[in-house]
Design a protein around this ligand. Sequence first.
Ligand code: SF4
Length: 113
Amino acid sequence: MAETTRLPEPLDVHWDWQRRAACRSLPESLFFHPDGERDPRRSRRVDRAKQICARCPVRGPCFSHSLSAEEPYGTWGGVDERERVAILRRRRGARTAAGGHYRPAGRDDAAGA
Ligand code: SF4
């Protein structure tokens, strides 16, 4: 019998949560800004995206993914790109202050969950 315990997990383990995403059938343009978008239109769009995220059953994994991948664009897990940059900066600062080395956020992070 083949030894499989050292093989990597199937990739869909990391993406299965997307099948339950509240945004799954919604237009990407609600979560990712179009070129040249400015306030107040931008803020209204982000607020609408966050309202959808607030009732999404996979908000935690989505948020964790966005930090792990350091997603540069879009609203993920109810957090927009500006907020995500701030979170990542705070984490880097905290790790540096603690004498540790920076490492990308792990998958165990959760958005308000
Ligand atoms: S939390 Fe928001 S962006 Fe993430 S899967 Fe759910 S609806 Fe989509």
